[in-house]
Design a protein around this ligand. Structure first.
Ligand code: SF4
Length: 210
């Protein structure tokens, strides 16, 4: 079964080439994007992040007035809640002095539990922050992953934890592989495995059971 997952990854890799996901300039911008992308399109996140100009930093958000912060991130939707969530993840980051290497010295499980305890942080957000901002080997499960599993099919089980555990158990424990595979799943979902699939030309067409 692990071979199947690896061969899907290798097929996608051969087709799309090396990809790395998360369009952000800094680890903190990854954290902000991971919160803002909840229930909205990435294009809205980009607009919200652009509103910060060159001022996006944990210090700025920690000091920001909540109402003003909400106004800045308005394009991302649910802006009042998300302003509170940004404050919460920033408060978590403050425990580590806003310092990436300090976070990286801590055990993954401990950090994940802390993030999950922060307001507004679910599993996908926590794993996105840990993988993309800090380089921990934790697989991110998103709607595209679930869709691919259902269609191919990949019998990864149901629910976030089951799918994450399945991918992690059947792939090398590597942040690079988790990052790259997720990027491949995302691009293939946009190019082919859309809500209404465009199977013609899909690199997985030869093996997908759909
Ligand atoms: S062949 Fe079709 S259903 Fe299968 S992964 Fe590709 S687009 Fe999705």
């Amino acid at each position: 079964m692990g071979d199947k997952l690896l061969s899907i990854y290798e097929t996608l890799l051969a087709h799309y080439g090396e990809l790395h996901w998360w369009p952000a300039r800094t680890p903190y911008e990854v954290m902000v994007g991971a919160v803002l992308t909840q229930n909205t399109a990435w294009s809205n996140v980009e607009k919200a992040i652009a509103n910060f100009g060159d001022t996006l930093s944990p210090e700025t958000i920690a000091d920001a007035n909540l109402a003003e912060l909400a106004e800045t991130i308005r394009p991302a939707g649910f802006f009042n809640q998300k302003a509170g969530y940004l404050k919460a993840v920033t408060a978590w980051y403050a425990w580590y002095g806003y310092d990436v290497p300090t976070v990286q010295k801590e055990p993954l499980g401990k950090l994940r539990a802390e993030l999950l305890a922060a307001k507004g942080v679910g599993q996908e957000t926590a794993d996105s922050i840990l993988l993309y901002a800090f380089g921990f080997p934790t697989f991110v499960v998103d709607a595209y992953t679930v869709r691919l599993c259902a269609r191919y099919p990949i019998e990864a089980g149901k629910g976030y934890t089951a799918v994450k555990t399945y991918f992690e158990s059947n792939l090398p424990q590597s942040a690079d592989v988790y990052n790259g595979f997720h990027a491949q799943i995302v691009i293939n979902a946009k190019e082919h495995c859309r809500k209404k699939p465009v199977c013609d030309g899909c690199p997985l067409g030869g093996t997908c059971g759909r």
